[in-house]
Design a protein around this ligand. Structure first.
Ligand code: PBG
Length: 323
């Protein structure tokens, strides 16, 4: 039955009716805040391509963690910028590294905030790739061992969850096996399962000082046109023991968030990545759009597509606004 019996506008007439009809509600619980942890004390280095975001030393990360927690955001994800890089990224499993110290500080002083760690080599290698290089390419199987060491050092420091982001084959299984053998059977893995070789990571590479020094990441990150392959990657990670699977980036891949939710019915994370943040901030700063509304619209869309949790540089700010 159509018009004039049906008039969809009846339910849009005022904010009270719209509140009753609203299908998707974004709240602080949906969000995860990323931090970049750098060496030193009282250090805050703004990232020019991400206005409002900075690398911070452990003491300042702790201060921000208190704010994030107070805003009602349940979790943070940590990225480390080491003082020293080498060919194998050996700082990644230093028990006194930036990330490991930040984990201990946060868990001691803000125990209610979940600490997730990004597990990858690219911030720690001098060549900027996500694993060890053999014959000009990243060697998959040799990298697994290093990722396991890094992941173990994070849970030993007290991390609540690890998030491998390197896209090596078999890394979820390798980390799961090591955790189970070493007494960490209870630590969940959030796998960056469908991670695409995206231009939208550009600003992050300045933030994490992790741009590849030669070539690009297309031999390990996914080719953006491939959706079926993304579903196969997710299936493999679930078989290997992933507890949460991620689609990344979020905005250009909303169809895959939707498919993943419907095909697997497991917890889905989506990463609202650096380029997605910077685009909105740039337009906002220039007065080209209403930044606050655009941010809420985008994050709500990611949730509507099927994401159960959203990693976003806007997390704390949005949560403060929503409270
Ligand atoms: C590490 C990693 C990257 C991001 C998260 N983990 C960068 C990359 O793969 O180049 C991107 C996050 C963002 O852009 O916000 N491998």
């Amino acid at each position: 039955m159509g018009f004039p019996i049906n008039r969809p506008r009846r339910l849009r007439r005022n904010e009270t009716l719209r509140r009753m009809i609203r299908e998707t509600r974004l709240g602080p619980d949906d969000l995860i805040q990323p931090y970049f942890v750098c060496p030193g004390r009282d250090v805050k280095k703004p990232i020019s391509a991400m206005p409002g975001i900075a690398q911070m030393s452990v003491d300042l990360v702790l201060r921000e963690a208190r704010e994030t927690h107070a805003a009602g955001v349940p979790a943070v994800i940590l990225f480390g910028i080491p003082s020293r890089k080498d060919a194998t990224g050996s700082e990644a499993w230093n028990e006194n590294g930036e990330v490991q110290r930040a984990i201990r500080e946060i868990k001691q002083h803000v125990p209610g905030l979940a600490v997730i760690t990004d597990v990858c080599m690219c911030e720690y290698t001098d060549h900027g790739h996500c694993g060890v290089i053999k014959n000009g390419d990243v060697d998959n199987d040799a990298t697994l061992e290093l990722l396991v060491r890094e992941a173990l050092s994070h849970v030993r420091a007290g991390a609540d969850m690890v998030a491998p982001s390197d896209m090596m084959d078999g890394r979820v299984g390798a980390i799961r096996t090591a955790f189970d053998e070493e007494g960490f059977a209870d630590k969940p893995i959030m796998a960056y399962s469908a991670k695409f070789a995206s231009a939208f990571y550009g600003p992050f590479r300045e933030a994490a000082e992790s741009a590849p020094q030669f070539g690009d990441r297309r031999s390990y990150q996914m080719d953006p046109p491939n959706g079926d392959e993304a579903m196969r990657e997710i299936a493999l990670d679930l078989e290997e023991g992933a507890d949460i699977v991620m689609v990344k980036p979020a905005l250009a891949y909303l169809d895959l968030i939707y498919r993943a939710k419907h095909e697997f019915n497991v917890p889905i994370a989506a990463y609202n990545v650096s380029g997605e943040y910077s685009m909105i901030r740039a337009a906002g700063i220039n007065g080209w759009l209403d930044e606050e509304r655009a941010t809420l619209e985008v994050l709500t869309a990611i949730k509507r597509a099927g994401a159960d949790m959203i990693l976003s540089y806007f997390a704390t700010k949005v949560a403060q606004h929503l409270r």
